[in-house]
Ligand binder design. Structure first.
Ligand code: ZN
Length: 413
């Protein structure tokens, strides 16, 4: 049996709100530049707050600038069900990445209000601060601070390329909304659901409007520095050289061989490669490159990542080498209780769906560590995202919002 709320999910309203939100930071080719804590983002927050007022939601913020909209439950002391995503974008981003998750969450509350459903647990719509890392890096600052996966002070000290700190930018946003109270950072959550566009091509290719996300692919990121010796390209004999470039090439080749995967699941990328002095007639004294390694299975990713250092050592030739791991995100599986619930909900609603893995990271990664968490994907055209051309079908967005609505109704009952 499905609740009365789902029939009140409005495809037209959901679409219109995407278009309205996209006015804040609108770019000429249909995309959006709405950097975290910018003027454009402040304007977008104003729009959300206006919608929330009409729904009689209690607005609040916290020390990192997350934005919460609370629909009270009949038992207000119970841990809330939370749903949302982010409203910041890439510098040339689209209308749907992040925005869909927040607007679908608003649609949940709209539909529950219209159906006269009072939840037992509070329902909180959230817009996490700075998911994208385009102004302040790394991203997911709001969800990391909320879940205490990173200390608040560390995050607040980060600066943008103008030298403005997160602390200053958060203060500026808070000053723009004197009527929005600040609540303590982090609180217990009964369950978190994030709806998002897939940012990949699978749902579209399979013709499914909804993906039940089973987990998030992890990554390990390394920086490898090879140290050789500068020498004259004309006079130094080859057998005496310590050529950092040739050693680095050899190491990359060794990694490529080690990570060769007939099933094409391992993602191995050397995206940055620099040498010094980078002069045509000088043997390279230094080489520096990045290694980005991803695999959905954490034990496999762990095993492969552990090979980077030893392979670099084995292939360094006469040079010195240093391998540093700068970021580790384990692959994770969302709890079966929630993926089963989403599967049942989609089935009950007669919405065609499939299980899918998230190749990209999301705020849900952080929430996963503190409460039962899951995600719903909807297709985006051509799998294109982080691009002005990003687009989704209104009907697919609405189907995603329907699954989200029914799931939130059941979790908050
Ligand atoms: Zn996103």
């Amino acid at each position: 049996m499905t609740s009365a709320a789902v029939q009140h999910v409005s495809e037209a309203r959901l679409w219109a709100r995407h278009m309205e939100l996209a006015q804040h930071g609108a770019l000429s080719k249909g995309g959006v530049c709405r950097l975290a804590l910018s003027d454009e983002e402040i304007a977008a927050r104003k729009t959300l707050i206006a919608w929330a007022a009409a729904l009689d939601l209690a607005v609040s913020t916290d020390a990192i600038g997350n934005l919460f909209f609370r629909m009270e439950g009949s038992e207000p002391d119970l841990d809330p069900v939370m749903t949302g995503s982010h409203i910041d974008s890439q510098p040339a981003g689209g209308k749907f990445d992040g925005a869909f998750g927040v607007l679908a969450a608003f649609e949940v509350v709209e539909a529950m209000r219209a159906a006269g459903i009072e939840p037992r647990r509070p329902v909180i719509v959230v817009a996490w601060m700075n998911e994208e890392a385009s102004r302040f890096a790394p991203g997911m600052m709001g969800s990391e601070a909320f879940t205490a996966t990173k200390p608040l002070e560390t995050i607040l000290a980060v600066t943008d390329d103008q030298g403005v700190s997160v602390a200053e930018a958060v203060q500026r946003v808070a000053a723009a909304f004197p009527q929005v109270p600040e609540i303590p950072l982090g609180f217990p959550v009964h369950a978190f659901l994030e709806a998002h566009i897939e940012q990949g091509p699978i749902l579209e290719a399979e013709g499914k409007p909804v993906g039940v996300v089973t987990g998030i692919q992890g990554s390990r990121r390394f920086r490898v520095t090879v140290t050789g010796e500068e020498a004259h390209a004309g006079t130094e004999p080859l057998r005496k050289r310590k050529d950092a470039l040739l050693a680095a090439i050899d190491i990359v080749d060794g990694l490529r061989e080690a990570f060769a995967d007939p099933d094409d699941i391992v993602k191995f990328t050397v995206g940055r490669f620099e040498i010094a002095p980078n002069a045509p007639s000088v043997v390279a004294a230094h080489a520096f490159f990045s290694v980005d390694l991803r695999h959905p299975d954490w034990p496999t990713l762990k095993r492969l990542g552990d090979m980077v250092g030893p392979i670099a050592e084995a292939r360094k030739g006469p040079c010195g080498v240093e391998t540093r791991e700068i970021a580790t995100s384990p692959s994770l599986d969302f709890p079966a209780t929630l993926t089963t619930l989403l599967d049942e909900v989609a089935t009950d609603l007669g919405i065609d769906h499939m299980a899918i893995y998230s190749a990209a990271g999301h705020d849900a990664r952080q929430l996963h560590y503190v409460c039962p968490t899951a995600m719903i994907f909807v297709p985006c055209a051509g799998g294109i995202s982080h691009n002005e051309a990003e687009s989704s079908e209104p009907g697919d967005l609405a189907d995603g919002a329907r699954v989200l609505t029914e799931a939130v109704v059941r979790l908050s009952a």
